[in-house]
Design a protein around this ligand. Structure first.
Ligand code: AMP
Ligand code: ZN
Length: 455
């Protein structure tokens, strides 16, 4: 057994396939016109957890993630490219925007201990590949040049169109919002653009056999996944919103090019809500890793909370759950330090099975809590199990908690507060607590003692 995971297309949990001993994975990457929010990061974490679980089982993984720096249209504006729109807003060039947010994307991944993929091809640098994929589709009669000079995929050319999402062509109504609003040159309402003529656009356009223009978003993923994963994608990962039309269209394109099923398993992560609502700019509840850091939270507290929820369930993130995770993570690191400093690992079958059974991370997290408290396990064994689990959990459980020594005046205030509490002088105890907090301490009261840490 290695890993079984839910396949959206076959609608069942299936064993992960591999190609020549390596699992070929593709994860749809970010459109680099803004910072990734914690929801996007939940999806990027999903491919990391899959890769780490496969590696825990001794398998090799090759992961490719694209960087969309062109051709992804905004939903709220007529035919405006997201990168171009942001370039105007920040008054810098579109390429400067793309590189800026791409760099920040990598910083966020590193903060969450998401291991880098083997490659991050950029759409803007893969134009020849994209153009040759479109040429192949035209040769195979799966695409045509529309009356407006743009190139479109002929949705009806693939009889199994709709297999992932269940959206069959005869049920798709005209007027459904597709990628572009101005794609009047297509023959059938469910066809989509592979290459758009430049029109009035002067930036981020490329030469092509169909004149200057730019590629559609779906063809980008087809071109890159087929090229960098040798025409065989064992696992394809993305957020649930990409199931349709992005993945449905990608499947139609890729399958038409290779005349076979290009993807083994389609994995979709459910969405993350924040405090009960969909994260959106207009609702003003978009949360970034940067926001966690400004609140003094360890970004790995986010990883912790995400792990406590199954990837296939929608989850609601709150500041309260992040605060709790921050404290628990700290406590676990303290426990680890108390259990010695060995780097030995002890395979824990329950953790391995939980992860390999459709990535049941909540069960793996529950197991480490049990191990932490288990009186029948020796400290070295606990540490070795934590070391093992952390290969997938990626919580830096061995990180040492730095506790700067207390200055002597704070020691005196703590001692005075101890006395006040013993004398049940609550007013004095409260006022001393406020003083300690204003000096950067967090105080936790226990039945007959008080604990402190630096905030
Ligand atoms: P984008 O940069 O908007 O193309 O999104 C990057 C990835 O994040 C895609 O796989 C999306 O499906 C995913 N995604 C977007 N919003 C959320 C959310 N709230 N929760 C989880 N994943 C999301
Ligand atoms: Zn994609």
């Amino acid at each position: 057994m290695t890993l079984s995971i839910y396949d959206t297309k076959s609608r069942q949990v299936s064993q992960v396939p591999m190609t020549n001993g390596v699992v070929h994975m593709y994860c749809c990457g970010p459109t680099v016109y803004r910072d990734a929010h914690v929801g996007n990061l939940r999806t990027f974490l999903l491919s990391d957890l899959i890769a780490r679980t496969l590696e825990l089982g001794g398998l090799k993984v090759k992961l490719i993630q694209n960087i969309t720096d062109v051709g992804h249209m905004a939903e709220n504006l007529e035919s405006e490219d997201k990168v171009l729109e942001q370039a105007k807003a920040e008054s810098i060039s579109p390429f400067a925007i793309a590189r800026k947010y791409e760099e920040r994307f990598h910083t966020d991944l590193a903060r969450l201990n998401i291991k880098p993929a083997q490659g991050y091809p950029r759409a803007s640098e893969t134009m020849d590949l994209i153009i040759s994929s479109i040429c192949e589709l035209i040769e195979k009669n799966a695409a045509y040049i529309g009356s407006d000079g743009s190139v479109y995929f002929d949705a009806k050319s693939l009889p199994t169109y709709g297999a992932i999402s269940g959206n069959k062509l005869d049920a798709l109504k005209p007027g459904h919002r597709y990628e572009y609003t101005d794609d009047g040159g297509k023959r059938f309402h469910a066809d989509w653009a592979l290459w758009k003529t430049a029109g009035n656009r002067t930036e981020m356009i490329w030469d092509s056999p169909w004149g200057p223009g730019f590629p559609g978003w779906h063809i980008e993923c087809t071109a890159m996944s087929l090229k960098y994963l040798d025409k065989r994608i064992d696992l394809h990962v993305g957020g649930i919103d990409l199931r349709f039309p992005h993945h449905e269209n990608e499947r139609a394109q890729s399958n038409s090019i290779i005349a076979d099923e290009a993807v083994g398993i389609w994995v979709h992560g459910e969405h993350l809500l924040f405090e009960g609502r969909k994260m959106s700019k207009s609702a003003g509840n978009v949360v970034l890793v940067e926001d966690l850091i400004s609140r003094g939270l360890d970004p790995l507290a986010l990883r912790f909370v995400l792990l406590e929820n199954r990837y296939r369930s929608q989850m609601d993130l709150t500041w309260a759950s992040l605060d709790t995770a921050h404290a628990t993570l700290r406590r676990m690191r303290e426990s680890m330090a108390n259990w010695g400093d060995s780097t030995n690992e002890l395979e824990d079958l329950e953790i391995k099975q939980a992860l390999e059974t459709d990535l049941d991370t909540p069960r793996a997290m529950q197991r480490i809590r049990i191990v932490e408290k288990d009186k029948n396990l020796a400290p070295e064994e606990k540490r070795a199990i934590f070391n093992y689990a952390d290969r997938v959990l990626g919580l830096d459980l061995t990180r040492k908690i730095e506790k700067a020594p207390l200055p002597s005046d704070l020691k005196e205030i703590l001692a005075a507060r101890d006395v006040a509490r013993k004398n049940k002088d609550w007013a004095q105890s409260d006022s001393l607590r406020k003083e300690l907090e204003s000096r950067g301490l967090v105080i936790k009261d226990k039945a007959d003692s008080q604990e402190w840490e630096w905030s």
